[in-house]
Design a protein around this ligand. Sequence first.
Ligand code: ATP
Ligand code: MG
Length: 231
Amino acid sequence: MLTVENLSFAYGAVGILHGIDMRMETARVTCLVGRNGVGKTTLLKNIMGLLRPTTGVVHIDEQDISSLSANKRAVAGLGFVPQGRQIFSKLTVEENLRVGLQARNDHQKTIPDEVYDLFPVLKEMGRRRGGDLSGGQQQQLAIGRALVGNPSVLVLDEPTEGIQPNIIQQIGHVLRDLVESREMTVVLVEQYLDFVRDFGHDFYIMDRGKVVESGETRQLSEDLVQAHLSV
Ligand SMILES: Nc1ncnc2c1ncn2[C@@H]1O[C@H](COP(=O)(O)OP(=O)(O)OP(=O)(O)O)[C@@H](O)[C@H]1O
Ligand SMILES: [Mg+2]
């Protein structure tokens, strides 16, 4: 479980996040939605330790991780798939996956087979350079790299952005499998509401740096979408 309490953040004098409270449950997929620029990525970066909040605390289960560096948070169990994937284009697929080993707390030196079981294309393409993969394959690589770190909480920023429908479905099934068979906590920012409804359990809606609505995804009504998400 991942919890955020009273988290606020400013870029210089400009307040971006205002007293965010969220609880993202174990073995569930929680979706964070909201219009462009409301602060979704900024919130994820605060959770990951890539930005420092002005107030607030973040817990994984009972552990307060608020004072840990991004690297230590990764070892504590946080995995991150950033917006735009950010794989290393000059490194091979296998080398990209090896980067994920640094986040493990058990000193394992080999890429776990289950990553290849979830995304067989990563085995087939192991020697190719990351930059030569298609967008969908790069997204699978970014998720695979996070999973190599054996996270208990997996955080993804717009995993379906710019990806064709069959890969979107595959990613959705992988995330459901991770929560069902490994009791992972999955948190994702998503614009594509069909994906939220098909694969998400819970949702939070953000507007201008605040949480304005939350619930189970089956309660995500047209009225809520009209009020907070349509442009
Ligand atoms: N480095 C920065 N310096 C100053 N302001 C920034 C910086 N990065 C983002 N912002 C501003 O912070 C606000 C929130 O941005 P953020 O990227 O968190 O939004 P988002 O909800 O993820 O949007 P999108 O859906 O477009 O990805 C925006 O107004 C943005 O312009
Ligand atoms: Mg964003």
